[in-house]
Design a binder for this molecule. Structure first.
Ligand code: GLN
Length: 450
């Protein structure tokens, strides 16, 4: 803990932490030392973990990197947090992120921009950018982030770490601040696949606080993660994405290197068509903004955090608190979401997008009933420069989520693992997607690939 705290201090300028629990982490470490002596320590004894600022930890600040939750203290812990603590993990602090997990660069935070440790002029990705830097730059061993459309996988690719998004409903969302509830998952960022497997095994599984969580038993991922494939695998890649001219050429090359290596080992790897590719991003942004606009209604200036000064009446209190409390990206998404849900446009946008989502899900599941995995790059470019995207080219930033939103729309598990570097030393990620609840197989395969 002391080493990590020293590192956090040394790398303060990266702006990773919204709050560090230094004294508490040391005290907790001493308790764990005692337990280790008496042989009563849990399975994560001494694992130092950071939480993205959207995951609740009782009696600690929780803000989603937003001014609207200024000084808000969570009265309870997320189920995932409790499960980590029950196994004697040590929570060292809460990490920055894009406000309410909306973004791909960690530039939308009320606490300011977060820098990538690999190249400080570049973004760490988002929205769990700080959580990824924290692992990559040795501020903690593991981070819990959230992944709604790639927020754990894309920053993992940008920082050379492993980012795991489980099947929707595998991990309880109790205590996770909602962005788009039918997409949101807690995700894990770690140095390697076995650490992710162990943490998943501990935090996944049924929970009476979350009605949507799966009742399926949780396999002992940590005991099978080192298994080699028992038979030859059948793997698909979507031709149009890996061969696309929009994909950075070095990323394409590195993806094909892996494909060819797998073929050389006797696995069957085939390029396939996915006719719904063009619909992934519009469907994702229609549905997530719609869900966000309703989820964020609760931040009204009365119940939580920030409240405006001396409003003239109740209506003004709501309006001014929200205008002053939310950042631009959050406001943009609330407006978009309100628009697609409005009576005149509901059928044209929201209900149509729901139908398209179902098609995407069914088509992808069908592919995964014929193939073991779908392989693709995690991102179309390596990390980009801080400030590269602004109001004039926001759409391009949204388009960058193409590879990660697929698994989120389909509710499927996916993992990003490091796949080398480009000529400038920027890290590249490779993504493995598997069928519903096939984390066990996916983790063993991605460990074998790493
Ligand atoms: N970049 C995506 C978005 O802005 C993903 C965010 C997320 O997964 N939380 O919506």
């Amino acid at each position: 803990v002391e080493n990590y705290l020293a590192r956090i201090e040394e790398k303060k300028h990266l702006n990773v932490w919204n709050e560090v629990y230094a004294d508490e982490a040391i005290a907790q470490a001493k308790k764990v030392d005692e337990k280790l002596k008496n042989g009563t320590a849990g399975r994560l004894a001494g694992m130092v973990v950071g939480l993205k600022d959207v995951i609740a930890f009782k009696d600690h600040g929780l803000q989603a990197s937003s001014k609207i939750l200024d000084k808000y203290i969570s009265p309870f812990s997320a189920t995932a947090t409790d499960r980590l603590l029950d196994e004697d993990a040590i929570i060292i602090g809460r990490q920055s992120c894009d406000e309410f997990a909306m973004g791909s660069s960690n530039e939308n935070s009320a606490f300011g921009v977060v820098k990538n440790n690999i190249d400080e002029t570049r973004v760490p990705g988002g929205s769990s950018g700080a959580s990824a830097v924290a692992v990559s730059d040795q501020h903690c061993l593991v981070s819990l982030g959230s992944d709604t459309g790639g927020s754990v996988r894309q920053p993992a690719a940008f920082t050379g770490t492993v980012g795991l998004k489980p099947t929707y409903s595998r991990i309880s969302r109790w205590g996770l601040i909602a962005y788009a509830s039918s997409f949101d998952t807690i995700g894990i960022i770690s140095h390697n696949v076995p650490d992710a497997a162990l943490v998943l095994e501990i935090i996944a599984g049924q929970d009476e606080q979350d009605a949507t969580v799966s009742q399926q038993p949780v396999p002992a991922y940590s005991t099978t993660v080192d298994d080699q494939p028992k038979e030859k695998l059948k793997i698909a890649y979507i031709k149009e994405t890996v061969e696309s001219e929009h994909l950075n050429q070095e990323i394409s090359q590195k993806t094909f290197d892996k494909i060819n290596a797998l073929k050389a080992e006797g696995h069957q790897v085939e390029g396939i068509e996915f006719p719904l590719l063009d619909y992934l991003l519009p469907t994702y942004y229609i549905l997530t903004t719609a869900e966000a606009s309703t989820n964020l209604e609760r931040f009204d200036g009365v119940r939580y955090g920030y409240r405006t000064d001396q409003p003239k009446d109740l209506e003004a209190l709501y309006k001014k608190s929200r205008s002053e409390g939310f950042g631009d990206e959050v406001k943009r998404r609330i407006m978009l979401g309100t628009f697609v849900l409005s009576a005149s446009y509901y059928d044209a946008y929201f209900s149509k997008a729901q139908k398209v989502r179902r098609l995407i899900k069914e088509t992808t599941e069908k592919i995964l009933s014929e193939y073991d995995f779908i392989l693709m790059p995690t991102t179309s470019t390596p990390s980009f420069k801080i400030g590269e995207y602004g109001e004039n080219n926001l759409l391009e930033l949204y388009l960058g989520d193409l590879y990660t939103v697929h698994a989120s729309l389909a509710g499927l598990p996916a993992i990003s693992i490091p796949n080398g570097e480009d000529k400038e030393g920027l890290t590249i990620g490779l993504q493995v997607m598997a069928n519903r609840f096939e984390e066990e197989k996916m983790l063993a395969f991605s460990n074998y690939l790493s």
